[in-house]
Design a protein around this ligand. Structure first.
Ligand SMILES: [Zn+2]
Ligand SMILES: [Zn+2]
Length: 216
């Protein structure tokens, strides 16, 4: 199943222009089976949208994006209360501190931290080895070759899974990049398992030109 693993909605992400209505309508119109909502340190839209999407037969996968001195990370977990403990800007998660039902994706690593203002430097991956399950190699806002190449190299060095996500802030950008996951994907736990088992394939929609909406 193809799942966009990185999206933002308004108002939980004030940088996004995608309203609840737009998000649900886009998913229904495009036959989306599952999509991950990964707002910046705010789970309120996940709580609101999950039932609305479920009513349309769409699974909402739960994640939260955090900005740290090492870059931006998305933490996935089926436990919304656990995800609610994260702030938009905070310390990087440390190995051994996360519960087994959580997975961590280092998103747009070559682009640095969106809200922390941190920059990537060579060797930084050693600081997060052990905590990162996956690296986002295709991000809809950062498809320039240098960002993709850097992310591919980091993923290889860490032995991490590779993902794609649109990082959409407008509805038209959803699924610009996405991740192929082994079927079936019935819950956030299935996504966490696929990330931990390195069973993900990143894709970018080739027909689209990368467009940037907002910075991160
Ligand atoms: Zn980011
Ligand atoms: Zn993002």
């Amino acid at each position: 199943m193809n799942v966009d693993l990185h999206t933002h909605t308004y108002p939980a992400s004030d940088c996004s222009h995608i309203s609840y209505r737009d998000y649900v309508a886009w998913c229904v119109e495009h036959g989306i089976e599952a999509v991950a909502l990964t707002n910046h340190g705010d789970m309120s839209d996940n709580r609101s949208l999950a039932p609305a999407l479920a009513a349309e037969g769409v699974l909402l996968v739960h994640g939260v994006e955090i900005s740290t001195l090492f870059g931006d990370f998305v933490v996935f977990s089926p436990d919304l209360d656990f995800l609610s403990t994260f702030a938009a800007v905070q310390d990087a998660p440390r190995a051994g501190e996360l519960p087994p039902d959580a997975a961590v994706v280092w998103v747009h690593p070559g682009a640095g931290g969106g809200r922390s203002g941190s920059a990537y430097y060579l060797g930084l991956e050693r600081m997060v080895a052990g905590v990162v399950d996956a690296v986002e190699v295709y991000n809809g806002n950062w498809l320039g070759e240098r960002y993709v190449t850097a992310a591919e190299q980091i993923a290889a060095q860490l032995g991490a899974a590779r993902t794609g996500g649109s990082d959409a802030h407008v509805a038209g950008q959803l699924m610009a990049c996405y991740t192929e996951l082994p079927d079936p994907v019935r819950s956030t736990a299935d996504v966490v398992a696929a990330l931990k088992q390195r069973r993900t394939i990143p894709h970018r929609a080739e027909a689209r030109r990368p467009r940037r909406f907002g910075l991160f």
